[in-house]
Design a protein around this ligand. Sequence first.
Ligand code: AFP
Length: 334
Amino acid sequence: MRRNELITIDHFILDMQSRHPEATGEFTNLMYDIALAAKVIAREVSRAGLVDILGLTGESNIQGEQVQKLDVFANETMIRMQELTGRVCIMASEEEEELIHADEKGKYVLIFDPLDGSSNIEYNVSIGTIFAIYRRKTPKGRCSLVDCLRAGNELEAAGYVVYGSSTMLVYSTGHGVHGFTLDPSVGEFLLSHPDIKSPPAKYYSVNHAYLNRWTRGLQEYVGWLQGGRDDSPKLSERYIGSMVADFHRNLLAGGVFLYPGDRRRPQGKLRLLYEAAPLGFISEQAGGYASNGRESILDVQPADLHQRVPVFIGDRTLVEKAEEFIRTFDGEGI
Ligand code: AFP
């Protein structure tokens, strides 16, 4: 990027496409559609705090339109932006029990969490959208569950949008990680963070409220992160409670995010297909690593659309260290 050059996400994606002469442009257009959906959702997120002031909490708003909850709105926006384009054959959303069939000629499979961290919405805390793109597996005709139950190492692309102090879209097609910041005055995502590589870790992020339910290995590991041993990294803690926001901060500032399994929930809370695999893909592209505590999250083959998985993600050395602690104390309870 030349100094002071403004590169919109559309130009950037098109430039990437021109490096692949075999590309038909369909993927490029799919990315445009996602960026457009992100802008629409960002607009609603930025107005969310006005809902009470403007008295829109009833059945309809001042234009007589039905007022929707933000997570429902985000889900419908993602679906509407894709279902008629002919680019996507099937979709799966964290908000939907069932698969969403689109165009049976579509080449791509889109999996998304429309509004991650939704319990933070009403407190004006950062939230996000996560997306994963696979190529269809079924050669032709209607796509089905087998097209969606894919390991992260088959991903064609993944990304997320964080609605924070500004809105940022970050994505990777397996050639580095690139971040774009929305300039609301012109309505464009501008390249602000080309080729992101995570710096050495400063932070760890975990919900300490569950400490008493953790295994011994996990307790020892977190103690180590904090500075319990001579070789400890002595990190500071940051935890927002929106995975996208926690992940994003650690990606840029350096750190590790954990949502482990515990006695009550052995598989943790986070979903493999909607959260862990796409962010794992991004993390690895930025020089990090994502694990379920035993193996790479990208190697986990999903058996169920809404399957949960323990997550350790971010700085490679620190995630590998988590695996080491878990192995060392394997079988030891609390
Ligand atoms: P919500 O969408 O219910 O707010 O959950 C968000 C989330 O799935 C993820 O974004 C957070 O990292 C995690 O849950 C926070 O969970 P805890 O409240 O148990 O720490």
